[in-house]
Design a binder for this molecule. Structure first.
Ligand SMILES: Cc1ncc(COP(=O)(O)O)c(C=O)c1O
Length: 406
């Protein structure tokens, strides 16, 4: 355990004053750097007004403003709040199942996800997750779900383009839905990047085809943008790159700029209306104590403002181009599948070491960088306050670590 005393911008400081560049945004939650003053100020201001009130029969200004802002940004007009990512996916799964039930389609009880998917670790979310390390022990508790091939372009055949491979995976999904749609409530995917799979990236065409298939066969599409939302893939939301609107959009992590736990499941007016009923059992009876916490909503509103105030997406695109240019000098490195999507970079290290990830993590810390490899995949998902100078430091130290760990 490494005890951290304080943090500022890109840097975490331990009790001896040694600093570490947070190249993984503290598990992908931090957006603009630690201690971002405008988010801090928004939380303090809210703290002086209202720290919390239950969101059942009551409402408050930050949650209304945030819902309006998210509706405008996503085109999905209804928000259901919780506190973490896994709860957001649980809510989408339950709401999808319940929606079909209300329509008399009681056979729609199955869920489809992708191979190597990750949607959280509560019992429902784990059922659609495909990571045996997290799943196997609890197998007896979990519903059976179906996993279709991942469009991860590393899995393409030799000579097959990323685009063609994505199209062929989408075709397999379409064939499956054609046959089984009467039993399927929803397909859940992580748009563009399956982060926990080791930053597996794929082409937007997969999402376009999947969205068409879901419409054709009347199956909900759940977009889990818990990790990739809020600018990580270069656009505010990854779905925008495929020009699709899912039936459910799950957001968390970066939503509050990395300050407080908050998640939201957005959905359409059609789905909302199905639950708007006088009969109690037709309502969506799901709640969490801290749902829509005002402090977290105030942090989220301040974060959204920073995107426009600081022209973040443009600034990120410039840093992205600069880093990619630097990486052209990495051709002699013992790595493969160097990949980038927005503010996410990853590559797979050809190492013979069985404990590569642990060694890499420890050596990087010694050199002042927090890297957290997933197996042999090293990745960077830095906060957006990174400068070219910081990026040069991150690249140089990572390069040294890799060369020492192979
Ligand atoms: C795509 C995705 N979905 C869901 C989750 C779960 O979020 P939480 O850890 O807040 O429950 C994660 C967490 O890494 C994630 O990456």
């Amino acid at each position: 355990m490494l005890p951290i005393q304080r943090a500022k911008g890109l840097w975490l400081y331990d009790f001896d004053g040694k600093r570490y560049l947070d190249a993984v945004s503290s598990w992908w939650v931090n957006l603009f750097g630690h201690q971002e003053p405008r988010i801090k100020q928004a939380i303090i201001q809210q703290l002086n007004q209202l720290e919390h009130v239950m969101l059942a029969g009551f409402t408050h200004e930050p949650v209304i403003q945030l819902s309006e802002a998210l509706a405008q940004a996503t085109g999905l007009g209804h928000c259901f709040y919780a506190s973490d990512g896994a709860s957001a996916t649980e809510i989408a799964l339950k709401m999808s199942f319940h929606y079909w039930h209300q329509q008399g389609q009681t056979n729609k009880q199955q869920f489809v996800s992708l191979k190597q998917s990750y949607h959280g670790e509560t019992v429902g979310a784990l059922a659609v997750t495909d990571v045996s390390l997290f799943k196997d022990t609890y197998a007896a508790l979990l519903r059976e779900t179906v996993q279709m091939p991942s469009p991860d372009w590393r899995l393409a055949q030799a000579g097959e383009s990323a685009h063609d491979y994505a199209v062929s995976c989408a075709q397999q999904m379409d064939d499956y839905l054609a046959q089984h749609h009467a039993q399927i409530a929803a397909v859940i995917v992580e748009p563009l990047v399956q982060c926990a799979a080791g930053m597996a990236m794929y082409e937007p065409v997969y999402l376009q085809r999947l969205s068409d298939s879901c419409r054709r066969y009347q199956v909900h599409l759940i977009a889990d943008e818990i990790a990739v939302g809020f600018g990580r893939t270069g656009t505010l939301f990854a779905c925008q790159q495929a020009h699709i609107k899912p039936d459910f959009l799950c957001l968390s992590k970066g939503i509050s700029g990395g300050f407080l736990p908050l998640s939201v499941t957005l959905t359409t007016h059609d789905i909302y209306q199905a639950f708007y009923h006088d009969e109690m059992s037709k309502g969506f009876l799901h709640s969490h104590s801290y749902t829509g916490n005002p402090l977290a909503c105030a942090a989220a509103l301040a974060s959204l403002k920073i995107f426009s105030q600081d022209n973040i997406l443009n600034r990120n695109a410039q840093l992205q181009a600069w880093i990619n240019q630097q990486l052209q000098a990495w051709q002699d490195m013992p790595i493969q599948h160097l990949r980038n999507c927005g503010m996410i970079w990853a590559f797979d290290v050809q190492s013979s070491k069985t404990d590569f990830s642990r060694q890499c993590y420890q050596l990087a810390l010694q050199k002042g960088v927090l890297l957290r490899p997933i197996g042999n995949t090293v990745y960077w998902m830095p906060p957006y306050c990174m400068t070219q100078q910081d990026a040069a430091f991150m690249l140089e130290k990572t390069r040294e670590v890799i060369l020492q760990c192979v």
